[in-house]
Design a protein around this ligand. Structure first.
Ligand code: 13P
Length: 343
C-alpha cells in the first residue's frame, strides 16, 4: 500500500460517519468474559461468538472496521466462509490486534509494558496477506500511588511508535492505543494529567520514528474519574475535559480519534461520545479530526449477556449488538439520546 492508499484507508475507517468494532480480545480475556456468563471457554465457543458478531445483519450501516485477533482472523463460519471474507463483502474493513499483551514492567511494581515487537515485521506481512488493512497495539498506563512513572510512559510510547512505523512500512494503518485505565479511585483531574503526559510522549515518539500522522488513528481513553472515585462528573463535563485535552495534545494531521470504552457502561459510553460530537458541531468548535468509537465491551457486553452460549438466544443477541452499534453511530451525529434505550 502506498502512502496515499494508507491515508485513504485511515479516512475510510474514521471519516465515513461510522466507528470501529473491537472484537480482538485475546483468548484469556475472551475466556474470562465467557466464564462470567457461564459460557464454555473453548475455541469453538469463541468461534461461535465471533460468527454471531460478523453475521449480525445491518452491522455495516454503523461499523467501518472490525479489529480481529490472531485466532479469529484464521477462523471461519460454520459453513466455511472466512470471517475476513464476510466482513470485506459487507464493506467492513478487517484489522488485527498485533501486540502480544501487557506484561509486568521490570523494576516498576504495578506497571505494564506491552510486548510484541520481536518478529512483528513478519507477522504484519502475514496479516496483510490475509486481508487485514489496519492494526492495533494497546499500551496500558495505570494511575496510582506514584504511578505512572516516566519510565513506564516512555517505554510504552516508544513501543507504540516502533509498532506504528512497522505497520506503515507493511501498508497497514496503525491504531495507536495508549489506555490510561479507569479502574481506581482517582479523580477526573488526575486522569486528565496522566492522559496529557501520555499523549505528549506518544506523539513525541511517533515523530522520532518518522510515522506519517495522516495515516494514524489514535485510540485514547476518555478523560474520566476513576470507577470508584466518589465524585463522578456529568456527561458534559467529561466531554468538555476530553475534547480540551485532545486539542492540546493531538496534532491536527492525525486521521481521526476512535475512543476505547474501557469498562464504562454501554449507555454512558454512548452518551459521552454523543456529548463530544455535540461539542464538535458547535459553531465555535474547530476540531481537526473526527471523534468516533472503537469499542469492545460497550458494544459486545449487552449482547454477550443475552447470548449466554445458547443457540436460541442468537437472534436477540444480534439485535442487542446492532442496537449498540446503531446507538454509537447516532452519537457520532450528536443524535443519541437516552430515549433510544427504551425503543
Ligand atoms: P473496550 O472498549 O472494552 O475498552 O476495548 C477496546 C479495546 O480494543 C481494548 O484494547
Amino acid at each position: 500500500m502506498t502512502t496515499p492508499e494508507l491515508i485513504e484507508t485511515a479516512r475510510q475507517l474514521v471519516g465515513a460517519g461510522k466507528g470501529l468494532l473491537a472484537m480482538d480480545e485475546s483468548n484469556p480475556t475472551c475466556n474470562k468474559r465467557f466464564a462470567a456468563h457461564g459460557i464454555a471457554q473453548t475455541e469453538e465457543a469463541r468461534r461461535t461468538w465471533r460468527e454471531i458478531i460478523v453475521t449480525t445483519p445491518g452491522l455495516a450501516g454503523s461499523i467501518s472496521g472490525a479489529i480481529l485477533y490472531d485466532e479469529t482472523i484464521r477462523q471461519q463460519t460454520k459453513d466455511g466462509t472466512s470471517f475476513v471474507k464476510i466482513l470485506t463483502e459487507v464493506g467492513i474493513v478487517p484489522g488485527i490486534k498485533v501486540d502480544t499483551g501487557a506484561k509486568d514492567l521490570a523494576g516498576r511494581p504495578g506497571e505494564k509494558i506491552t510486548e510484541g515487537l520481536d518478529g512483528l515485521r513478519d507477522r504484519l506481512k502475514e496479516y496483510a496477506g490475509m486481508g487485514a488493512r489496519f492494526a492495533k497495539w494497546r499500551a496500558v498506563i495505570t494511575p496510582g500511588d506514584g504511578m505512572p512513572s516516566r519510565g513506564c510512559i516512555e517505554a510504552n510510547a516508544q513501543a507504540l511508535a516502533r509498532y506504528a512505523a512497522l505497520c506503515q512500512e507493511a501498508g497497514l494503518v496503525p491504531i495507536v492505543e495508549p489506555e490510561v485505565l479507569m479502574a481506581g479511585g482517582h479523580t477526573l483531574e488526575r486522569s486528565h494529567e496522566v492522559t496529557e503526559e501520555t499523549l505528549h510522549s506518544v506523539f513525541n515518539h511517533l515523530f522520532i520514528q518518522g510515522v506519517i500522522l495522516e495515516g494514524v488513528i489514535l485510540k485514547p481513553n476518555m478523560v474520566l474519574p476513576g470507577l470508584s472515585s466518589p465524585k463522578q462528573e456529568s456527561v458534559d463535563e467529561v466531554a468538555a475535559a476530553t475534547v480540551e485535552l485532545l486539542l492540546r495534545t493531538v496534532p491536527a494531521a492525525v486521521a481521526g480519534i476512535a475512543f476505547l470504552s474501557g469498562g464504562q457502561s454501554a449507555e454512558l459510553a454512548s452518551a459521552r461520545l454523543n456529548a463530544m460530537n455535540v461539542l464538535a458541531r458547535s459553531p465555535a468548535s474547530h476540531l481537526p479530526w473526527p471523534l468516533v468509537f472503537s469499542f469492545a465491551r460497550a458494544i459486545q457486553q449487552p449482547a454477550l449477556e443475552i447470548w449466554q452460549g445458547k443457540q436460541d438466544h442468537v437472534a436477540a443477541a444480534q439485535d442487542a449488538l446492532r442496537h449498540r452499534a446503531h446507538s454509537n453511530h447516532a452519537a457520532l451525529q450528536g443524535k443519541y439520546s437516552e430515549a433510544m434505550e427504551r425503543t
